[in-house]
Design a protein around this ligand. Structure first.
Ligand code: S3P
Length: 167
């Protein structure tokens, strides 16, 4: 079992929304690595960050992603920081990975004040600018295709992803 497609990209790129649409169109299940982590930890991600710290969250994330890459048969969306882990980038080799790219202005509209996203709790715009710059090379490294999301409704992005999969 391996995912039909793995979606990567920053917070606010639309991975969860687009992933759900792509999965529905392909008739396969959708899974989000953040949801696996929350179910296993029994609490929401902001609480994991507050109670246990980011390093602990990243450890849970590495295991959740590895498990899902080995077992999920549908569309899998990864949390925006999952690609920071080198072992995860290695595991992604050989998978169909679509990078949902997004510019700072669009992403800030989508994440608003960053509610529910602990990394954006302080100065969300400046933080997001740094995260986008730091992580873009990592998304590009793991991606087998890139779909631009700027100014496009999720349905159009989903169509572009399905096209990129050649389905
Ligand atoms: C994070 C992205 C979040 C979540 C956590 C950390 C990140 O997922 O995993 O808040 O480091 O970019 P989404 O990309 O689904 O928002």
């Amino acid at each position: 079992m391996r995912p039909v497609c793995v979606l990567v990209g920053p917070m606010g790129a639309g991975k969860t929304t687009v992933g759900g649409l792509v999965a529905a169109r392909l008739g396969v299940p959708f899974l989000d690595s953040d949801a696996i982590i929350e179910a296993r930890a029994g609490k929401p991600i902001p609480e994991i960050f507050i109670d246990d710290g980011e390093d602990h969250f990243r450890a849970l994330e590495r295991v959740a992603v590895a498990d899902a890459l080995a077992s999920h048969p549908g569309v899998l969306a990864l949390g925006g920081g999952a690609v920071l882990a080198e072992p995860t980038r290695v595991l992604l080799r050989g998978h169909t990975v679509v990078f949902l790219s997004v510019q700072l202005s669009d992403v800030m509209h989508r994440v608003g004040m960053g509610l529910g996203r602990p990394l954006l709790a302080v100065n969300p715009r400046a933080t997001m600018r740094v995260l986008l710059d730091q992580r873009r090379p990592l998304y590009e490294e793991v991606a087998t295709a890139t779909v631009t999301t700027d100014g496009r409704p999720p349905e159009d992005v989903a169509t572009a992803v399905v096209d990129a999969l050649g389905r």
